[in-house]
Design a protein around this ligand. Structure first.
Ligand SMILES: CC(C)C[C@H](NC(=O)CN)C(=O)O
Length: 621
């Protein structure tokens, strides 16, 4: 098959073979990203021993960085390296970052006294922060490039196949995220270590690191099959220069004696193409509409922080299996994989049949409302937890009272996770004495075990050791989080999937990537808002913070619906075609204007007071 640029690519069932490598790459990369992210907040809390607020702040700063860097990736790819090389180089940076995270979580490295806790926490903090920075640079940098690179592989006659590719691409994102959010919490819950056994964060970060290497290798293997478009020049730079010129030109002519122009961007007409100006106007119109959107992401991304911490205070016993707090996040991709097809093939057609025009902006408004509802549910669950007063910690607190007159060494291993309850086995060692006993624990419970003075060589520890329950297990069930996950995911389908499509359809042909980066920027800003609101509000009760976020989103939702009411949908291709038809006229017009501008500048230098003459010339333009 020969694509739009004359590139001859191999095809399978009408699809370029090269997209197979891109789709697999995306699956592995999202596995790596979401797998690492799923256990991140617990790593901060239980490994680095940060409090909930610091853990939440650093988590959201990291997520925000991940969505700020797409702009950097888009600029590097468009104006310098091209998409292929940008993906390769930034994937290497990304993989190094993941490896740094895995190494930072090996407690044995600095556990000089071999008591199970790191002795040089600074080493672990610094290494993990460097790792997170590299990951943010890598994942964000490649984000706008991979999807666009996939789109580049199709010819103009393959519109349908390209649409299918983007759907499969979105499903791969959520497939990778689903699998990793199940697997990495299981790995994290294992005990591992050389000198002492601790929760295995190094493995939970190590597997995503390996998957990122696989993603890179798969992408390189496909190298010979890709169509690699040359960098088209820095469109972002051109846009910024054109906007800058319009502002400065408007400022220079701020006096009332100059005739006003229909749009402030029209002040760039003196130097720039009418087509470019029209394209920038389209982009600005959409970007203006984006202003309230970060608030949605503010709530959405708290799934990985506040909601995961909330789950640590709940009972994860689901009968046949025990769910880890960080595994609750899998509810999101599971629901995405089911809700997207249901919405597309049942709900939206049904709404259409009822005669309602459910426009993209209306869908996004409903999506915001659903996210606010999700936080109301989270607040109700939080009140339940607070009332139950059993919210110490997910991890079992165990202490031993030694009745013997010699020291006893106690170590433990837990059998995780597909058991109805957590079964912990303790190993006791004192001189010649060595025995083991097992006990079942409920989530959040705390026990004190008594080692009797009579314990000796050959004693049956299982029978001899008695225990008392200090704190009863968490009683509020994790299933109560399902409604909040349902509403936030239904909101995501209506808001995010529609928003992506809206950003693409309303963007001019050469600025699709610019608008994608703009869309991802709303995610970054949303994560910064979490930090600001949580810091400024400093609410004593967690449920009040949830209510505050729900109320803020509700207000923003009302503002957005008003803005959306005044938005008129455009067809960028039609507008561009109109300008291109007049390209000859435009060139003449531009040269004419350029000449007039130069003359005007010269004249102004000579005689600054002669404004009437200039005014006459502008009106004629
Ligand atoms: C919509 C996110 C900003 C991007 C997307 N996430 C999901 O689909 C999560 N359900 C991603 O690309 O990771």
């Amino acid at each position: 098959m020969v694509n739009k640029s004359g590139f001859n690519s191999k095809e399978v069932c009408g699809y370029p073979l090269s997209i197979f490598f891109i789709v697999v790459n995306e699956f592995c990369e999202r596995f790596s990203y979401y797998g690492m992210r799923a256990v991140l907040v617990l790593y901060f809390k239980y490994f680095l021993r940060w409090d909930d607020d610091l853990a939440t702040s650093i988590y959201h700063t990291f997520v925000a960085l991940c969505y700020l860097t797409p702009i950097l990736g888009a600029i590097v790819a468009d104006s310098w390296l091209g998409k292929f090389k940008t993906i390769i180089y930034l994937s290497i940076v990304y993989a190094i970052g993941q490896v740094a995270m895995a190494v930072s979580a090996i407690h044995d490295i600095t556990d000089t006294d071999r008591d199970g806790t790191p002795n040089n926490m600074t080493f672990h903090v610094v290494l993990s922060m460097v790792g997170l920075f590299l990951i943010a640079l890598g994942t964000g940098g490649i984000k706008p490039c991979v999807a666009a690179f996939g789109g580049d592989q199709f010819g103009d006659h393959q519109e349908r196949q390209r649409r299918t590719f983007f759907s499969v691409f979105y499903l791969c994102i959520n497939g990778g995220s689903l699998l990793s959010t199940i697997i990495t919490p299981i790995l994290r819950a294992q005990n591992c270590g050389i000198y002492s056994k601790q929760k295995c964060y190094s493995l939970a970060f190590g597997v995503p690191a390996a998957l990122m290497v696989v993603a890179l290798v798969v992408f390189i293997v496909g190298s010979g099959m890709y169509y690699k478009a040359k960098p088209e020049g820095n469109i972002m730079g051109d846009v910024c220069k054109c906007i800058g010129f319009a502002i400065s030109n408007r400022y220079k002519h701020r006096s009332k004696q100059y005739p006003s122009r229909e749009h402030w961007m029209d002040w760039a007409e003196d130097k720039y193409d009418k087509l470019l100006i029209a394209q920038i106007k389209m982009v600005l119109k959409v970007l203006f509409l984006y202003i309230p959107l970060p608030m949605f992401w503010t709530l959405f991304d708290q799934k990985g922080s506040r909601w995961t911490l909330q789950a640590t205070t709940m009972d994860g016993n689901f009968g046949a299996i025990v769910i880890q707090p960080d595994q609750m996040q899998t509810v999101n991709p599971i629901l995405i994989l089911t809700l997207v097809p249901i919405m597309d093939s049942v709900i939206y057609p049904l709404i259409k049949k009822c005669g309602l025009n459910f426009t993209p902006l209306k869908r996004m408004t409903v999506g915001m409302f659903l996210a606010a509802l999700a936080f109301v549910c989270a607040a109700v669950v939080q009140i339940e937890i607070d009332v139950s007063r059993k919210h110490l910690t997910y991890f079992n607190l165990t202490q031993f009272v030694n009745g013997m007159n010699k020291p006893v060494n106690v170590s433990t291993s837990e059998i995780f996770p597909f058991l109805i309850i957590i079964r912990a086995t303790f190993f006791l060692q004192s001189g010649q004495l060595s025995c083991a006993f097992s006990r079942d624990f409920g989530f959040g419970s705390s026990y004190t075990f008594f080692i009797p003075s009579t314990l000796s060589l050959g004693s049956n520890c299982q029978e001899s050791i008695t225990g008392a329950e200090d704190i009863k297990p968490n009683s509020v069930h994790m299933a109560l989080q399902v409604p909040q996950y349902f509403f936030i995911t239904a909101g995501e389908v209506m808001f995010s999937v529609t928003g992506l499509e809206f950003s693409y359809s309303q963007a001019p042909s050469n600025m699709k990537a610019v608008l994608q980066a703009g869309w991802l920027l709303t995610v970054a800003i949303g994560n910064f808002i979490v930090l600001i609101v949580a810091e400024v509000a400093k609410l004593p009760k967690q449920w009040t913070e949830y209510v505050l976020f729900a109320s803020l989103l509700l207000c923003v939702c009302i503002i957005f619906s008003i803005m959306a009411y005044f938005y008129t949908y455009i067809d960028p291709t039609e507008i561009e075609a109109k300008f291109r038809r007049n390209v000859g006229d435009d060139d003449d017009d531009k040269n004419d204007k350029q000449r007039k501008l130069e003359m005007e500048m010269m004249k102004r230098d000579l005689d600054r007071s002669d404004d009437e003459h200039y005014k006459g010339k502008q009106t004629k333009m």
